[in-house]
Design a binder for this molecule. Structure first.
Ligand SMILES: Nc1ncnc2c1ncn2[C@@H]1O[C@H](COP(=O)(O)OP(=O)(O)OP(=O)(O)O)[C@@H](O)[C@H]1O
Ligand SMILES: [Mg+2]
Length: 317
């Protein structure tokens, strides 16, 4: 038997969707990102947590190309993109949502999505001249129909985006990104400012999208129950650095992460971990008071966007 006959077909090498190495971003004297290493595997959902100003958005801006790093490298599906202009990165499979969904309020959901699909499947002047336009138009309407079904927007198809709730507008924004069929989806606080009921619907929605598109996701969220539930792994950042990385339950129990959220001393953390130190009624039984507070940090309070650090410390003491 020859060597060639013995040789097995090469295993398909699954390259990471994102590989970040020794990334650095400085704004004047501030090291917003300080030597970060991070990976997102193929089809993996990776969460990014950290208190306000930890560097999460800056890191995501480097991935999408809206911020140029002062050091380190970024690879999208194996291709080095550290200096690649943002408008070229979607061609490598990148899709990104923004905090403020910039939709035209007078356009209906279908019209909005047709524009997004047009960017992905442009009709083209030549096709129009050759009379192929109507076939492409049909294909686009079909694509929009599939998209609205996937993201549960069918009943809003003819509604103007200006008449939708913040949460539904976010879903429209997300659906526009999905029109590009991204292989890596970046989501920066998709549920910020969204009503609790719509926030709860976001988890199942993202799972449905992942099941249909098979994309990888990098997700920033302050809603801890949501991000722990959705992520395969979580990175916790503080002052530009990664302070913990691993499965969600391990990261949430990491004393450095708890201390970072509470902004308090090790002593306070130990005190809070003592048996009987906090509420232990089901379904959160088994979690320490400190862990409950970390979870609470992601919960919006009525009239406030988020529980403040002071409120957390007060609640702990
Ligand atoms: N364009 C900028 N110019 C100067 N400093 C900036 C700029 N953007 C961010 N920073 C600073 O960089 C640090 C990281 O900010 P970043 O927005 O990445 O934090 P974040 O983790 O996303 O916080 P949040 O949870 O509040 O969104 C902060 O100290 C912030 O003030
Ligand atoms: Mg941010």
């Amino acid at each position: 038997m020859t060597a060639a006959a013995l040789a097995l077909p090469a295993e398909p090498v699954e390259v990471d969707a994102l590989q970040v190495d020794a990334l650095e971003v400085r704004f004047g004297g501030v090291r917003a990102v300080d030597g970060v290493h991070l990976t997102v595997g193929p089809q993996e959902t990776v969460g990014l947590i950290g208190t306000n100003g930890a560097g999460k958005t800056t890191l995501m801006d480097c991935v999408s190309g809206y911020c140029l790093p002062s050091g380190g490298t970024l690879r999208l599906f194996g291709t080095e993109v550290s200096r690649t202009p943002p408008e070229l990165r979607p061609y490598l499979g990148l899709g990104r949502s923004f905090q403020d969904a910039r939709l035209f309020p007078a356009m209906t959901v279908t019209e909005t999505l047709l524009v997004a699909v047009e960017r992905h499947l442009p009709t083209g002047l030549l096709a129009g001249l050759l009379g192929l336009g109507s076939r492409q138009e049909r294909a686009k309407r079909e694509a929009v129909g599939e998209l609205v079904e996937m993201t549960g927007l069918t009943r809003y198809a003819d509604t103007r985006t200006g008449e939708l709730s913040t949460g539904t507008r976010r879903v429209v924004d997300l659906t526009c990104i999905l029109a590009q069929r991204p292989r890596l989806l970046l989501l920066d606080e998709p549920t910020a400012g969204v009503a609790q009921r719509e926030t709860e619907a976001f988890g199942p929605l993202l799972r449905r999208i992942k099941a249909q598109l098979g994309c990888a996701v990098l997700l920033i969220e302050h809603d801890m129950p949501l991000i722990t539930n959705l992520s395969d792994r979580i990175y916790a950042m503080e002052s530009g650095r990664v302070i913990a990385e691993g499965p969600p339950d391990v990261v949430m129990r990491d004393p450095r992460v708890v201390a970072s959220y509470l902004g308090t001393t090790e002593e306070a953390i130990n005190r809070s971990n003592q048996p009987g130190a906090g509420p232990s009624a089901p379904p959160l039984a088994g979690l320490s008071r400190a862990q409950l507070l970390v979870l609470a940090a992601g919960r919006a309070l009525p009239g406030r966007s988020r529980m403040s650090r002071e409120q957390l410390v007060r609640a702990l003491s």
